[in-house]
Write a protein that binds this ligand. Structure first.
Ligand SMILES: [Zn+2]
Ligand SMILES: [Zn+2]
Length: 441
């Protein structure tokens, strides 16, 4: 009998039982491979729990990083605030990959991040800190894969355009208009975590103003992601410097002209790149490729580089940044002004996030307007806290009277019980007000 039981047990392959479902990443091997945070969200979905629950109970303890565990216990936000880098090139990205691989018994999750490119990319300007999406793509993902997901491609900061549907990506919820964090305790890839409205319902304008460079950018990030699967050897730190030197030499042999001067790259910046002291941002790297008429793949891997001198001229013309900036600033100014008229003012942080311009830039370009907006917000905050204070004080006064009427001494605990609250008297002014009331009895 015992032997039979032992035989039955050996039929079950325990090694293949993972803690979490071993779900397949979507879009493997394509430019539309999903991001690690999207995968994490789908994992939570597959287990019918929220992202918050999955992180607090399973991922946090396995990840064993003190800040995650602390955050889980205290309801803190550190893990979520830093979530954008989870799809990137940092150590925390690698940590989450390893943890999820342990929990799902998979070994292929690094591809859902840019970690394999860590020696040749920099964090500067690499990733967005909020979600952007193409509603039409979301819809088609649902049709093709039976679920919604976010490709890694959309997490890149300068990818703001869908080259399949030729429309701009959307960055605000169609319901509450908020920007949506990369990861939220209630994220689910389909709906807004704040108001529950479906993200695919957002409307998109047809895009006619896409520049040649923007198009090139998206197409080449596509290629870079697609190429990750072929990185059979690890890229190393030296490769950037080696490639820059190689391309410079090839260019100068072909055209007998200084590449740096021709491309108008600032001297010190170029020196850093070519000496390997710093790697360019993905924007600068792709601009470099664009102006030379080479692809990102060509930059890294081609042994013979074919330049396109005609493209260089076109590139210089279409790189009319001062004109583009002027147009944008007009639009930004209008948007900023519109915030002066809303009923409940936003902070400058919130405004900067909504119109996707750094706060510092806004203050530099529109100092007076920004100061007015900030002042308006501060006044609102002050009024709100004043109104709350008056409200709290009236509640305390009322409770004191009512407790005395039923012959109970109005202690802090009794007042809080009386009002069914446990935090009302936490504030210093509330305590002071209670003492004042008691003295006057
Ligand atoms: Zn699309
Ligand atoms: Zn919403």
């Amino acid at each position: 009998m015992d032997n039979e039981i032992i035989l039955l047990n050996t039929d079950i392959d325990f090694i293949n039982i993972s803690t979490l479902f071993n779900i397949e990443p979507i879009g493997d091997g394509t430019a539309y491979i999903e991001s690690l945070t999207s995968y994490l969200i789908r994992l939570a979905n597959a287990h019918c729990v929220s992202v918050g629950t999955l992180i607090n109970n399973i991922i946090g303890p396995t990840l064993d990083k003190s800040y995650v565990v602390r955050s889980a216990v205290n309801g803190g936000n550190r893990f979520y605030d830093g979530a954008k880098s989870l799809n990137g090139i940092d150590k925390n990205s690698k940590d989450l990959v390893s943890t999820l691989e342990t929990l799902t018994s998979r070994n292929d999750l690094e591809k859902l991040t840019f970690y394999s490119w860590r020696y040749v990319l920099t964090n500067r300007n690499l990733l967005k800190d909020h979600l952007e999406w193409c509603p039409e793509c979301l819809e088609s993902f649902k049709e093709v894969y039976g679920c919604y997901y976010f490709p890694l491609l959309w997490s890149v900061k300068s990818v703001n355009y869908c080259n399949i549907h030729e429309k701009r990506l959307v960055s605000n919820c169609p319901g509450c208009k908020k920007t949506i964090p990369i990861l939220h305790r209630r994220s689910d890839n389909e709906n807004c975590p704040f108001c529950g409205v479906k993200l695919k319902l957002a409307s998109q304008d047809e895009e006619n103003t896409i520049s040649q460079f923007e198009l090139f950018f998206v197409e080449n990030v596509n290629k870079l992601i697609e190429f990750t699967k072929n990185l059979d050897y690890k890229l190393n730190r030296e490769i950037m410097s080696i490639r820059f030197k190689f391309i410079e030499q090839s260019y100068e042999t072909a055209y007998n002209n200084s590449l740096r001067k021709e491309l108008k790259i600032p001297k010190s910046t170029y020196h850093y790149w070519i000496s390997g002291k710093a790697v360019p941002t993905i924007d600068n790297l792709l601009k470099f490729c664009y102006l030379l008429g080479i692809t990102i793949e060509g930059f890294f891997f081609n042994e013979h580089v074919q330049f396109s001198k005609r493209d260089i001229k076109i590139g210089f013309k279409s790189e009319n940044t001062s004109e583009r900036r002027k147009l944008n600033y007009e639009k930004i100014s209008k948007e900023l002004n519109s915030f002066m008229n809303i009923e409940h003012p936003f902070s400058m942080e919130e405004i900067a996030q909504r119109i996707k311009v750094p706060k510092r830039t806004l203050y530099r370009k529109f100092p007076d307007l920004c100061k007015r907006l900030s002042k308006r917000y501060m006044e609102e905050i002050k009024n709100r806290s004043l109104a709350r204070r008056v409200h709290v004080e009236s509640l305390i006064e009322k409770s004191v009277t009512e407790l005395i009427e039923i012959n109970l001494f109005p202690t802090q605990k009794r007042i809080e019980e009386h009002l069914s609250t446990n935090s009302l008297l936490r504030e210093g002014y509330a305590k002071k007000y209670l003492i004042k009331c008691l003295k006057s009895i």
